[in-house]
Design a protein around this ligand. Structure first.
Ligand code: SF4
Ligand code: SF4
Length: 347
């Protein structure tokens, strides 16, 4: 990692240069809530002015720029006893600006599944390899709990990371591409004062988390709580709408559908994101449903996030962004469910 400092005025020019040359995605205000507070989403932008880099939080994560809600995997056509297959996964280079550390860490978790896992996805890899990521630090919201999961600080996975140190950004340069690009702009080596301000900023962020979730020993604790009545208590509130999985930066369960023309001349296969809370998620041929109850489905979502993935990849899949908690109309959120389970056993 190489560190540099860039004045915010120079950084603006850097971003303007990127926007001119590439498809660019950045946080943007899209609406206001009923209390007049701005609502942000990651959207394609065409100028620096369109971005809201001081945004609070986006309701959805950037996951869908890598795993679209629905995408075509392949297309077949049949003619004269011959057939042709079309598979398209090339993407043009693009830039995503303004990701928070937990969102970048979430992409690193998806990498474990779709790049390093036993069945790498060429569709995901193409998008990931062609996306230049610029992360930015931020002061946590009252309900963020990424610090509890040690996901509040960046580990890896982006090209450039900016920490706000007043009139400048303290840059962590993570790739040769970013280093080469920065040569066109005025940067300087960090002074002792810059280093001190940067360290102070990191400490301030770490101690500003108001929401704490006790996750130590959670995998074995969940084993003990497998039959807890708490799952039904929370499950009975669940609307099985699947919103939590859609907004979550790491939920990746999907279904695959194949559509065949009635004349059997063509077909297409699509992958679509799915939610393990949806009523038919575990339904199989013959109408048998392995998880007919809402409590069971909710439980398995928690087991995947805090137990199953940890067992296979040494890491919990949740990054503590609380997007699921904010979006859930039934008021279900990881902090309350986990605390409830712990209280039941007097932990
Ligand atoms: S937990 Fe909430 S957001 Fe998720 S499926 Fe249930 S009601 Fe919907
Ligand atoms: S807090 Fe919720 S939305 Fe965020 S990573 Fe964890 S499970 Fe997903």
């Amino acid at each position: 990692m190489i560190y540099k400092v860039i004045a915010k005025s120079q950084f603006k020019k850097l971003v303007q240069g990127l926007v001119r040359e590439n498809q660019t995605i950045a946080p943007k205000m899209v609406d206001r809530d009923r209390n007049g507070k701005p609502l942000y989403q990651f959207k394609q932008v065409h100028s620096y002015e369109e971005m809201d880099l001081d945004y609070t939080v986006t309701y959805s994560s950037v996951k869908n720029f890598f795993l679209p809600y629905r995408e075509e995997l392949s297309r077949f056509s049949f003619e004269d006893a011959d057939w042709e297959q079309k598979i398209e996964y090339r993407v043009n280079p693009r830039v995503i600006i303004g990701l928070r550390p937990c969102d970048i860490n979430a992409l690193a978790i998806l990498d474990k599944v779709f790049i390093e896992g036993p069945y790498p996805s060429p569709y995901y890899i193409a998008r990931r390899r062609n996306t230049f990521l610029i992360g930015m630090d931020h002061m946590p919201l009252d309900d963020c709990f990424c610090e509890s999961l040690n996901q509040h600080a960046l580990r890896d996975g982006c090209n450039l990371f900016c920490s706000d140190i007043g009139d400048s950004y303290y840059l962590s340069i993570n790739s040769s591409k970013a280093f080469g690009f920065l040569k066109n702009f005025k940067t300087s080596d960090p002074t002792e004062r810059d280093n001190a301000t940067y360290i102070e900023r990191r400490k301030l962020i770490k101690r500003s988390f108001k929401t704490k979730v006790q996750v130590s020993g959670l995998p074995s604790f969940l084993d003990i709580e497998f039959k807890s009545p708490m799952w039904d208590k929370w499950g009975n509130k669940c609307l099985s709408c699947g919103t939590c999985a859609m907004v979550c930066p790491t939920c990746y369960c999907y279904g695959v559908e194949e559509e065949i023309d009635v004349n059997l001349a063509a077909s297409r296969k699509e992958r679509f994101l799915y939610s393990c809370n949806a009523i038919d998620f575990a339904q199989v041929a013959g109408g048998h449903n392995f998880r007919p109850d809402k409590g069971q489905r909710l439980k398995y979502r928690f087991y995947h996030h805090y137990r199953g993935f940890a067992e296979n990849a040494d890491e919990q899949i949740c990054v503590g962004c609380n997007r699921c908690g904010r979006a859930c109309l039934a008021g279900i959120n990881p902090k309350d469910v986990i605390n409830d389970l712990r209280m039941e056993t007097g932990e």
